[in-house]
Design a protein around this ligand. Structure first.
Ligand code: IPT
Length: 957
């Protein structure tokens, strides 16, 4: 069936209707019918307005020889034509729905093609677009097919009657802005173009059209029931199950169920008279029972992420290998769920989720967030004129994706206010597919939805919800809860993930959450490294709010992902190291522990002395066992000792190699002894100098000049850190934002007043007051230096004065080294940690270079601290702490780090700056969510801490 249309007025761009001429939506599938990919280089012409060029380019014989070329799939703004724009929720055009600006970049695309040899000459054909942003009008061989909106949704046209064996020309006019743009106000770059595949599909006579695989699992009987409803009747076979039934006919057989932990798929075939379609059947039942989302009879705990599609060079035009990289990284980091924020993903992503095992919340391509600025007046979601477009979007998502076992929840969209259109979508989805719950966070009373969802709710509120004390409508009170967004992973952080996880695990009603978000949407840029909002001269933009992922733009895991992996690990290992037993608990929802092998090792002063296998029974989900560790040999007197127990993959799996670490814990045995005091040497004045043990000081200022042969820039008190995105907070949280308040108080410009340099009998004492101009607050700080023959000890006492209104960013000393490169430390590692992001910090002996200690946040900010450091060696010095300290080293100052906008602004200087911190302020999630929990605040309080410095290679300590 085809629709032949006359040329519409350019009014289609601003028409709220979803499109004209397109075929009804249907399932996505692979079959033995012929197909031709039309991806590749297309001819391209950019014009500045929707009607700037006539449509003669679509006529046969048009000479596009002078046009440019763009890659399809792709976005023209990432291929040298125009520029990307980033806004969070602001529409980058006047809000006057459904009107769009006259300046409407319009890309004309041309693709000549011949049918390949062997293309059948009977049957029909369909032209499929998997994604075009935001509005396309299509011609084939000069005949207009129609036009459509709905950027991340498939659209098909019947084209059989127009095809020729050779010399076909496909013409597509794409407008950046359309009425559809009002429905696509997601927090991401605006990126026009044909950004997903274009395919010509042969449609054989008596071929499959649409079908719905219903594959349920009864956990009481262990049987699955399969029924495939098909528009065109045929037979369904699943050889492995000896299934051979007619379409529409149910069959019940013993099966292994599909879960994200055990993604068992059965290959089958749907055969009609003219076509064979490959089926990948996963048997599973999603149900709302006892107020919980259960799969196959058991409640699920979502350990999820929000995933936008992103590639730093190609934007949202992803290839399968990039999608696979996401899935593999998620599986390797214990992530079990994905919310496809905020649109249906490329269809291949869902195939990967089926195959590797991830729970999917499939979200519709709908967000009208910009209407929040006008109190949601004129929101298309509450305007009947737009309802057909909303229903079209819902149908295109559900029909395309309904046969994926991984999809367990449908989501109506994100931040689209409330209204009749949303209700209509929910009703339609419930009617079409009763087998999956419907989610939409904006439905506060859960009138239309089956899951109570919130975003960025603080810990205490989540706990209240867990206890059922949150009130709400009667319906909502009976529903399970998820945090569809939490843990805003912008820059350094998010903090507080472990605290959320403890709460999720304590209350059944809390079924977990989805960290915001998976990847930083930085755009690779020749001068800036990665570009973010504002870097393309946008008139309105939201800066680096677009870089808030658990992985960097190139998919290198950030410390946030390492932390999340540890926090959500599916095995709990606890115990008392001195008692020599560990308690192992299987925290999976479905899988037993047979896929894992356990190992123990024992560290003496951070170095592994012995290791071996630890036999653990294949516990069922929820079960625990106490397991005996081997009897330890005697450790050297005074040594610090501990057990490390790990769970690793016992064999290669599709997503990880044998030995891949899944879970771990460390159990201390003998605690650390603090370093011996370094005292006894008397300081001696020597002209302008003071000599004390290995050290030389300036007699007038009391500043340390060197330790043995190592030149240093003297340690001084330091309380400043380059504010993180989470310190800076979000603009709508004016009272809570720490970064701006720290700056207002002047913590970035502390002055050091010298009160006294006292050369005593056994110590050099330097008395100071450290304070910002214009404020009464200050920190009285005494540096007390002592030494024995080779070792120099600094003891710092800090006494706050005045009324400190704020916690401190950090509290410690900073000093400079003339040269340092390689670093060895005994403490937490290998990566960075802060008070509320330290779960993955493993105690051991670690090595790195100064450069490798840096975490490359796209917008530079505080980073790279190592926790619990006992001692560190760098630049010819060994520094031991009493107590343990936070260690940071970099080739630029904190002030330079603070001033940098991009990584390329950071230029290494002559000095390596080292921070030895007694305390660090927590990180929190204030860049969009709650701030630092009280237990991780660094209050201005009296404190004393000390360090022992020794020149390396200068004889025994
Ligand atoms: C929330 C959005 O849903 C998400 O798309 C993203 O913008 C996130 O914030 C911040 O990065 S909405 C926010 C107002 C809670």
């Amino acid at each position: 069936m085809s629709l032949r249309t006359t040329t519409p007025s350019a009014g289609y761009v601003e028409d709220v209707a979803p499109g004209r001429g397109v075929l009804p939506p249907r399932a996505r599938y692979a079959s033995d019918a012929a197909r031709l990919s039309l991806n590749g280089d297309w001819r391209f012409r950019l014009s500045p307005a929707a009607g700037a060029e006539d449509d003669s380019f679509a006529a046969p014989g048009y000479d596009a020889g002078a046009w440019a070329t763009v890659a399809v799939p792709g976005h023209w703004v990432l291929q040298g034509h125009g520029a990307p724009v980033y806004t969070n929720h602001l529409y980058p055009f006047p809000v006057d729905p459904p009107r769009v600006p006259t300046e409407n970049p319009t890309g004309d695309h041309l693709r000549p093609f011949d049918l390949p040899d062997g293309w059948p000459d009977t049957g029909d054909a369909v032209l499929r677009f998997d994604g075009v942003e935001s509005c396309a009008r299509v011609w084939l061989n000069g005949t207009e097919l129609g036009e459509f909106k709905g950027s991340r949704l498939p659209h098909e046209f019947a084209v059989g009657h127009l095809l020729r064996p050779a010399g076909n020309v496909l013409a597509v006019r794409v407008h950046q802005w359309s009425a559809g743009s009002y429905l696509e106000d997601q927090d991401q770059w605006w990126l026009p173009g044909i950004f997903r595949d274009v395919t010509l599909l042969h449609r054989p006579a008596d071929g499959v059209r649409d079908f719905f695989v219903h594959a349920s699992y009864d956990h009481r009987t262990g049987e699955g029931t399969l029924r495939v409803d098909s528009d065109v009747p045929g037979r369904v076979t699943v050889p492995e199950l000896s299934v051979d039934v007619a379409t529409g006919e149910p069959v019940t057989v013993a099966v292994e169920p599909w879960t994200a932990e055990t993604p068992r798929l059965y290959d089958g075939v749907l055969a009609t008279g003219g076509e064979r379609v490959a089926l990948r059947v996963g048997f599973r039942t999603v149900a709302l029972e006892d107020g919980l989302i259960k799969v196959n009879g058991r409640p699920v705990l979502f350990k999820g992420v929000n995933r936008h599609e992103w590639h730093p060079g190609r934007g949202r035009a992803l290839d399968v290998e990039t999608m696979r990289a996401d899935v593999l990284l998620m599986k390797r980091h214990n992530v079990n769920a994905v919310r496809t924020s905020h649109y249906p993903p490329h269809p291949a992503f869902l195939d990967l989720c089926d195959a590797y095992g991830l729970w999917v919340v499939d979200e519709c391509d709908l967000e009208t967030h910009g209407f929040v600025g006008q109190s949601w007046r004129d929101n298309p979601c509450d305007d009947d004129r737009w309802t057909p477009a909303l229903l079209d979007r819902a149908a295109r998502m559900v029909e395309r994706d309904k046969n994926h076992p991984s999809v367990v929840i449908w989501s109506l969209g994100n931040e689209a206010g409330t209204g009749r259109g949303l209700t209509a979508m929910a009703e339609w989805i419930h009617g079409r597919d009763a087998s999956r719950p419907v989610h939409y966070e904006g439905d506060a009373g859960c009138r239309d939805t089956d899951v109570y969802a919130r975003m960025y709710a603080p810990h205490a509120e989540v706990e209240r919800i867990g206890r059922g004390l949150d009130g709400g409508t009667r319906r909502r009170r009976r529903l399970p809860f998820i945090l569809c967004e939490y843990g805003h992973a912008m820059g350094n952080g998010p903090g507080g993930l472990a605290d959320y996880q403890r709460i999720f695990e304590a209350y059944d009603r809390l079924q977990g959450g989805f960290v915001w978000e998976w990847i930083d949407h930085g755009i690779r840029h020749p001068e800036l490294g990665y570009a973010y909002g504002g870097d393309f001269g946008e008139e309105l933009h939201d800066g680096n709010f677009v870089c808030d992922g658990l992985v960097f733009p190139d998919r290198t895991p950030s410390p946030g992902l390492t932390e999340y992996k540890k926090v959500i690990e599916p095995v709990r290992i606890e115990g008392d190291g001195t008692a020599g037993t560990v308690r192992v608990t299987n925290a999976h929802d479905f899988a037993d522990l047979s896929a894992l092998a356990f190992e123990w090792s024992r560290q003496v002063d951070g170095e592994t002395a012995e290791s071996g296998p630890l036999p653990v029974p294949p516990l069922a989900p929820g079960e625990s066992a106490d397991v005996k560790l081997p009897a330890p040999p005697d450790a050297p007197a005074g040594a610090e000792t501990q057990w490390t127990v790990r769970a690793v993959l016992a064999e290669d799996t599709p997503w990880g190699e044998r030995g891949h670490p899944v879970a771990w814990a460390q159990l201390p045995v003998a605690r650390r002894r603090p370093p011996a005091p370094a005292a006894g040497e008397p300081p001696a004045v020597d002209g302008p100098l003071v000599r004390l043990g290995p050290a030389v000081f300036d007699a007038r200022t009391g500043a340390l000049r060197g330790v043995g042969g190592v030149e240093v820039t003297s340690p001084r008190l330091d309380v400043w850190r380059a504010p993180t995105d989470n310190d800076n907070g979000a603009p709508w949280q004016p009272d809570a934002r720490l970064g701006p308040r720290w700056r207002k108080l002047g913590l970035h410009r502390m002055r050091h007043r010298l009160d006294a340099v006292e050369v005593g009998a056994d110590a050099l004492a330097v008395r100071t007051r450290v304070a910002p101009a214009g404020a009464e607050v200050g920190l009285r700080t005494v540096y007390r230096w002592t030494a024995d023959g080779a070792r120099l000890r600094l003891s710092v006492s800090v006494t706050p004065e005045g009324d400190w209104p704020l916690p401190l960013p950090r509290l410690g000393v900073r000093f400079g080294l003339a040269a340092a490169d390689r670093v060895t430390w005994f403490g937490g590692g290998p990566g960075e940690a802060y008070p509320d992001t330290r779960s993955a910090s493993m105690l051991g002996r670690w090595h790195a270079t100064v450069d490798a200690l840096q975490t490359p946040y796209v917008r530079p900010q505080e980073n790279g601290a190592r926790a619990d450091v006992r001692w560190v060696e760098l630049g010819g010095l060994r520094v031991e702490g009493d107590p343990e300290f936070w260690f940071t080293a970099r080739r630029w100052t904190t002030e330079q780090l603070d001033a940098a906008g991009h990584l390329t602004d950071l230029v290494p200087g002559e000095t390596v700056w080292v921070n030895l911190d007694h305390g660090q302020m927590g990180i929190g999630s204030q860049s969009c969510g709650p701030g630092v929990l009280p237990q991780y605040h660094l209050h201005a309080r009296p404190a004393t801490f000390s360090f022992v410095f020794t020149e390396l290679g200068a004889g025994p300590a």
